[in-house]
Design a protein around this ligand. Structure first.
Ligand SMILES: [Zn+2]
Length: 334
């Protein structure tokens, strides 16, 4: 499997929670582990995002960040993944005095350690700017994404409450990212509508859109997305939980495919959303009766969208060809 949209803080294992809470002297609360999953009856993205406070409170020092990345890489590898891009916002890990830069150095170290001796699997990091943060803080993240380009960081993203500011507010950041040759992803068209996806592409130079399920498939929008070769990172379960979509039947998978806009399937948050990419494919199989070739096509989209060099893509295509039968069996066995 491949996950291109995977948040570190939303994907700590329960063992990670226990270990890091004890080590860092943080209380997990009486409700643990219920309080690490999406709240029951969650009504919005804003409510969903409250679940990131506890894991973030555990990741405020160099060791914990490196540990969490290493642990996630190990879990993905053991589950038969071939590639992942793990994202996090370094600015959310500075509460106890760690700098954004030290957070990135630690994540890169955890990634390097985690990837040691793993054959047929690789992973990279994405740094998130936050919609609610000030421009200086976000600019620091953009500059770090450039500085650590050769150490496992492959892109910069914009995450957080989508309704906070419209995309035009962030143009200085992403003009700078573009000038530095940093790949850009924007969370858009999740809690807001089609216009935010258009701003992400027109104003913020996005190459990939996180979610984007609310894009109106007008002739003009289709042209814009296909001409700019924009890939979409769908995270179906997360969209249901934030009430961005009503149910799996509303995931616009076939609609996007029909007009030639490539879609990838991702988990968003393995723990907060209690999912993984295999489970996402199972939901979509149930709804759309996906064939093996359709699953393979979606995974090939993920390889094409991945921020890796051509040589790595060739390796990933080889691994996918070896594993697709097994993946499909796991999907249909439910
Ligand atoms: Zn996300």
């Amino acid at each position: 499997m491949i996950d291109l949209h995977l948040h570190l803080d939303g994907s700590l294992s329960l063992d990670d929670f226990r270990y890091l809470a004890e080590r860092n002297n943080v209380s997990l609360g009486d409700e643990f582990p219920k309080n690490v999953y999406v709240p029951e009856g969650c009504k919005s993205l804003e409510e969903y995002l409250t679940r990131f406070n506890l894991p973030c409170s555990l990741l405020q020092d160099e060791f914990s960040i490196a540990y969490a990345v290493h642990s996630l890489v190990n879990r993905l590898y053991k589950s038969g993944y071939i590639y992942a891009e793990i994202r996090f916002a370094p600015q959310l890990h500075t509460l106890k005095g760690m700098s954004q830069k030290d957070a990135v150095i630690s994540a890169c170290a955890g990634l390097r350690e985690g990837l040691k001796d793993k054959v047929g699997f690789t992973a990279n990091l994405i740094l998130c700017c936050m919609r609610q943060a000030d421009t200086d803080t976000n600019m620091e993240t953009v500059i770090l994404a450039d500085e650590f380009k050769n150490n496992g960081v492959v892109a910069v993203d914009l995450a957080g409450p989508e309704k906070f500011h419209t995309g035009d507010f962030y143009t200085p950041l992403f003009d700078e990212a573009k000038a530095r040759g940093v790949n850009i992803i924007i969370h858009a068209g999740e809690a807001c509508g089609s216009e935010e996806v258009i701003r992400a592409v027109d104003l913020l130079h996005a190459k990939r859109i996180g979610h984007g399920v609310h894009l109106d498939l007008t002739r003009e929008n289709i042209r814009k997305m296909t001409e700019n070769r924009i890939y979409f990172e769908f995270c179906p379960t997360s969209n249901l939980q934030t009430t961005s979509l009503e149910d799996y039947s509303k995931v616009p998978l076939k609609e996007f495919d029909r007009v030639g806009i490539p879609v990838t399937i991702n988990s968003d948050n393995m723990t907060v959303s209690n999912t993984d990419v295999l489970k996402e494919y199972r939901h979509l199989f149930k709804e759309f009766k996906l064939t093996k070739y359709e699953v393979q096509h979606l995974l090939q989209n993920s390889i094409n969208a991945a921020f890796v060099n051509e040589q790595t893509k060739i390796m990933l295509r080889g691994e996918l060809a070896k594993k697709i039968d097994n993946y499909y069996l796991k999907i249909i066995e439910q």
